[in-house]
Design a protein around this ligand. Structure first.
Ligand code: FEO
Ligand code: CA
Ligand code: CA
Ligand code: CA
Length: 663
C-alpha cells in the first residue's frame, strides 16, 4: 500500500496555527496612516530608515556595556554574486569550491555499516549511520572541551537531523495497512534516523576532510535515554509510564536549528514535535491544545503495539498519568543539551528555556560575573520570540549547563514606537501575576508555566510574529537579528510584521537598552524585507535585485567579522516558479548594507545549518531534502551521488581554491 492511501500520514510537518489567543495586538497601536499610506512596505521603510546601517553609529556598541568586537575597515564583499538558478547542483562564486560530505547513511560508529542505496539498511544500521535531513550544525575544535578551541584542522562536527522522508528511507516507502503502520523494523529505522550526529573529522595534508573512526562519534536518536532538568523536572504533568517520577524520557525529535554554549556543549532544539503524537481524547488539556495536538500523527508510529511506539499515543487510557502516555507530548518542545566530548553522557532537556516549537538558541556574548543571556524563536505562525536570563553568573572554565536550569524566561513585545519590552513569564513576577489574574488563568508553579509557555506568553501580551526562525548576534555591536520566514495567515499587519499574508519573510533586529543584555527594554528596527524587486527592501534601503533577491529567510549566522549569512527555506510554488530559483545562501554586510548571493543549492533542497573552522578557511553548510517529494521510482534530484541514486541530505564543505580565508 502506498503512502498516498492515507492522506493523514507523512505531511510536510509544518505546524498548523494554534495561537487563537486574543492577547494585545500591537497593530491596534499603529497609526492608520502608517499602514494605509502606500502599503505595508512603505510603513516599514520608516523603521528601516530609523536605524539604517552603513552609518558610523551602526558600528558603535549597541548600548553601554555591550561587548563590541574589533571594528576593522572593510570594503566590498569580495566575491561575484551567484546568479539565480534551478541547476541540480551546488553553485558557488568563482574561486570557491564545494564538496558534499557525510550524507545521510554515512557509517560513523558501531559496526560502521555501509550505506545501501536501495533503502535496505536495517534500523540498527541507521543507528550507526548519519541520520536523515541535516539541519543546524556546529564545529567544535578538538581543543574546545571547555568552550574555547582554536584548532582548525580537527574537531567534532555536530548536526541535527530534522525529520525523515519515508519514501526514500525504506526500499519502497512505508508499509501501511488499513491506515496503520504494521512493520516495527521500519518505524524503528525512522526513529533512529532522527536526532543528532557527533562526527570526529580531520583535515588531511591534502586539504581534504575525512571522518575518523572515533570513540567520540555518536548517534543520539528519537529513542536515546535523556534526563529532564530545571523547574519542570518531576512535575505531575511529566509523569509517564516510562518515568513515573517525570524526570526521564526517550529521544529528541524534529531537531531544527541549534545552539552551542560558552562551556563547549551542543544544544539541539525540538521544533515541529506536536505532529509526532496523536490523541483520541476530545477534551484536550491546555498543554496539548495550545500546541496543536491532533487525532492523527505525521508518521503513525503510535499505531504499532509495544511501549516504544504506544508512547506516541497521548490518549488517556488509565486512571493515573503514571500508567499511560497522556503526558509524553509534554516531554517534547524543549532544548536539549549534549556534551559532544563525552559520548556516554546522558542528554539533558533544559526546561527553564521554555516549551514551544524551538527553532534554535543563540547566546549573547558572555562576560565573567554576569548572567548568560540567550534567545529562541517559536517557529509557527503567529508565535513569539523569547529570551532567557540565567539567575547565576557566568564563570569561565567553571560554569556548566546548570546555568540553564535557574533563570527568567521572557517573551518579546514589539511596540510600534520602535521600542520593545521583555515580559517575564515567571510566577513570582508581579506583572505576570496581574496578567494571569486579568486573564482568569492560574499556574500552580513555575514548572506549569514552562510546560504551558505559549499560553503564558499569550497572557503576558507578546507580539505575534511571522514564524520566528534563526537568531544571530552581531559581534560588531551586539545587535540581535532574527529571521521571520513568512506567514500566510497574517491578516492584519503590525509594525514588526508589516505585510499581510507575508509570503516572502523579513529580518528584524534589536539592541538591548540595558547593560549586558539582561534588562527588559530594547530598541528594534527592520533589517530587510525579502521578496522580488517589486516588493522588497534590502539592508541598504533599496529594493532587492538580481544579485540578492530571496524569499523565506531561515538560517542566520554571523561570522567573526560581523558579516551576516542568510539561508532560505522556500517551498512549494515559490520554489517551483518564483523569481528566486532554488534555495540559496547570501552574505550581508550590516555596516554597508551590501547583500550578495553566495550559494545556490540543488533542486528541491533547503539550505540550512552553517558553521566554520576558527581560521575561517573551511565553511560547513547543510543541504536538506534535495529532490523533496522523490520516491524510489521518481527521483527528483541526482544530488549528491549522481543519476539513478537516491538524493541524500548532506553537509557541503566550502573552501577557496587558493586555500585562503573564505572572505
Ligand atoms: Fe525547521 Fe523552522 O525550520
Ligand atoms: Ca529552519
Ligand atoms: Ca523553515
Ligand atoms: Ca527544514
Amino acid at each position: 500500500m502506498s503512502t498516498n492511501d492515507n492522506p493523514v500520514l507523512f505531511g510536510n510537518g509544518d505546524e498548523l496555527p494554534s495561537n487563537h489567543s486574543s492577547n494585545p495586538h500591537i497593530n491596534e497601536l499603529i497609526s492608520r496612516r502608517q499602514v494605509l499610506a502606500g502599503g505595508a512596505a512603505l510603513g516599514a521603510l520608516a523603521f528601516l530608515g530609523s536605524a539604517l546601517p552603513g552609518t558610523a553609529e551602526a558600528a558603535e556598541p549597541a548600548a553601554k556595556g555591550l561587548a563590541a568586537g574589533p571594528f576593522k575597515r572593510r570594503t566590498k564583499l569580495p566575491f561575484s554574486p551567484v546568479a539565480i538558478t534551478r541547476a541540480d547542483a551546488i553553485t558557488v562564486p568563482a574561486g570557491y569550491q564545494a564538496r558534499a560530505f557525510i550524507p545521510w547513511g554515512t557509517p560513523i560508529t558501531g559496526g560502521y555499516p555501509a550505506y545501501l542505496d536501495d533503502g535496505s539498511n536495517s534500523a540498527q544500521d541507521q543507528a550507526e549511520q548519519l541520520g536523515m535531513h541535516h539541519d543546524g550544525m556546529h564545529f567544535f575544535p578538538i581543543d574546545a572541551q571547555r568552550g574555547h578551541g582554536r584548532k582548525s584542522d580537527h574537531g567534532l562536527l555536530v548536526l541535527n537531523h530534522e525529520y525523515v522522508d519515508v519514501p526514500l528511507l525504506h526500499p519502497n516507502g512505508a508499509t501501511v495497512v488499513a491506515g496503520k503502520r504494521s512493520n516495527a523494523e521500519e518505524v524503528r529505522k525512522e526513529i533512529n534516523a532522527h536526532g543528532v550526529s557527533v562526527v570526529e573529522i580531520r583535515r588531511g595534508l591534502d586539504g581534504q576532510w575525512s571522518v575518523l573512526p572515533s570513540a567520540r562519534n555518536r548517534r543520539v536518536t528519537g529513542a536515546t535515554p535523556m534526563q529532564i532538568s530545571g523547574p519542570a523536572r518531576g512535575h505531575a504533568l511529566l509523569h509517564t509510564r516510562y518515568s513515573p517520577a517525570g524526570i526521564a524520557t526517550r529521544g529528541t525529535l524534529n531537531n531544527c536549528a541549534n545552539g552551542f554554549t560558552p562551556w563547549g556543549t551542543y544544544l539541539t532544539c525540538e521544533e515541529n514535535w506536536a505532529g509526532y503524537f496523536a490523541t483520541r481524547d476530545s477534551d484536550l488539556p491546555r498543554e496539548l491544545s495550545r500546541y496543536g495536538l491532533r487525532s492523527s500523527s505525521r508518521y503513525g508510529w503510535e499505531t504499532l503495539p509495544g511501549d516504544e511506539f504506544e508512547r506516541f499515543d497521548a490518549t488517556r487510557k488509565s486512571p493515573a498519568a503514571r500508567d499511560d502516555y497522556r503526558n509524553e507530548p509534554n516531554h517534547f518542545g524543549w532544548i536539549v543539551e549534549i556534551d559532544p566530548f563525552a559520548p556516554e553522557s546522558v542528554p539533558i532537556k533544559r526546561t527553564a528555556l521554555g516549551r514551544f516549537a524551538h527553532e534554535g538558541l543563540v547566546f549573547a556574548p558572555v562576560k565573567a560575573g554576569r548572567p548568560v543571556v540567550c534567545y529562541s524563536g517559536d517557529d509557527s505562525q503567529n508565535e513569539y520570540i523569547y529570551k532567557y536570563v540565567s539567575r547565576d553568573h557566568y564563570r569561565p572554565g567553571r560554569s556548566n549547563g546548570s546555568l540553564l536550569d535557574e533563570g527568567t524566561l521572557y517573551v518579546a513585545r514589539f511596540n510600534a514606537s520602535g521600542q520593545g519590552e521583555w515580559l517575564a513569564l515567571d510566577v513570582h513576577d508581579k506583572a505576570f501575576q496581574r496578567a494571569c489574574s486579568a486573564a482568569g488563568v492560574s499556574f500552580a508553579d513555575q514548572g506549569e508555566v514552562l510546560i504551558n509557555t505559549r499560553l503564558a506568553a499569550d497572557i503576558a501580551g507578546a507580539t505575534k510574529m511571522d514564524r520566528p526562525e534563526w537568531g544571530a548576534v552581531n559581534p560588531d555591536n551586539g545587535e540581535v537579528y532574527f529571521t521571520l520566514t513568512n506567514n500566510s495567515s497574517r491578516s492584519v499587519p503590525d509594525a514588526a510584521n508589516p505585510r499581510p499574508a507575508n509570503a516572502f519573510g523579513h529580518i528584524v533586529r534589536w539592541r538591548e537598552l540595558s547593560k549586558n543584555y539582561g534588562g527588559r527594554r530594547f530598541a528594534w528596527s527592520l533589517f530587510m524585507l525579502a521578496g522580488p524587486e517589486t516588493d522588497s527592501v534590502g539592508p541598504n534601503g533599496q529594493p532587492l535585485n538580481a544579485d540578492n533577491r530571496l524569499a523565506s529567510p531561515d538560517g542566520l549566522w554571523f561570522d567573526e567579522e560581523g558579516r551576516l549569512w542568510i539561508q532560505t527555506d522556500m517551498s512549494g510554488s515559490q520554489l517551483a516558479s518564483g523569481p528566486f530559483g532554488n534555495n540559496q545562501m547570501l552574505v550581508a554586510d550590516p555596516r554597508s548594507g551590501e547583500l550578495k548571493r553566495f550559494l545556490v543549492g540543488p533542486q528541491g533542497a533547503e539550505v540550512t545549518g552553517i558553521t566554520a573552522t576558527p581560521d575561517f578557511r573551511t565553511l560547513f553548510v547543510n543541504i536538506q531534502h534535495p529532490g523533496e517529494g522523490s520516491t524510489p521510482s521518481n527521483l527528483l534530484s541526482a544530488w549528491p551521488d549522481g543519476p539513478g541514486k537516491r538524493p541524500r541530505s548532506a553537509t557541503v564543505i566550502i573552501t577557496r581554491e587558493d586555500g585562503k580565508r573564505l572572505l
